[in-house]
Design a binder for this molecule. Structure first.
Ligand code: AMP
Length: 187
């Protein structure tokens, strides 16, 4: 069973996803990370997506879905995948569900809950540590958070209605949150 991680920017989703994937043997597909690699590649596609990423806007549907499609196609059926950062809106959700169904995969979701103020505090720390341009600019961070609330929350609600979502309290230390996630996932 695959996993799909959700959480507002700053919820600690990426860190938790990486740790869990390593410990439990998931292949991690990090949408933002894959797109940042393409951005840095010096190709035409990289130049095309640069502005979207730097401005905190969603990269066009066809581009991100092609990346997801190729990744899923290249991963053996018996290798569990942890998806981080996809799907981000309802169009992506429909395409994502189709890709997974077509490859005979099933998934559950983990949603790390954190309010906006706490999330903003965490992001400030991360911008200093990792030097990410899209994290350093408060306006862009707020834009990404708004997109999460407007576009991604409806996706989570649909998955919730389908009984696919495990909700995790995102307050506390990294270790505390990790323990909550791990216990819920292996239960
Ligand atoms: P993240 O690392 O998840 O915060 O993503 C960083 C940036 O990559 C986002 O602000 C978007 O510009 C882009 N991005 C990541 N995931 C997606 C996605 N599923 N669809 C479109 N753009 C994405």
């Amino acid at each position: 069973m695959d996993l799909v991680f959700f959480g507002i920017q700053g919820s600690g989703k990426g860190t938790q996803a990486k740790t869990l994937a390593e410990e439990l043997g998931y292949y991690i597909f990090e949408a933002g990370g894959e797109l940042r690699k393409i951005k840095a590649s010096g190709t035409e596609l990289g130049d095309l997506i640069k502005n979207y990423i730097d401005n905190g806007e969603l990269v066009p549907f066809e581009i991100i879905m092609k990346v997801v499609n190729e990744a899923v196609a290249s991963i053996p059926a018996d290798q569990k995948i942890l998806f981080d950062g996809i799907p981000r809106d309802e169009d992506q959700m429909k395409a994502f569900d189709q890709i997974l169904t077509d490859s005979g995969r099933e998934f559950r979701c983990v949603h790390i809950l954190l309010d906006k103020d706490d999330a903003l505090e965490r992001i400030k720390g991360r911008a200093e540590k990792e030097g990410r341009a899209d994290d350093a600019d408060q306006e862009k961070v707020l834009r990404r958070m708004d997109l999460f609330v407007e576009k991604t929350m409806p996706v989570i609600e649909i998955y919730e209605s389908a009984g696919k979502v495990i909700e995790i309290d995102g307050k506390g230390s990294v270790e505390e949150i990790y323990t909550r996630i791990k216990e819920a996932v292996i239960a």
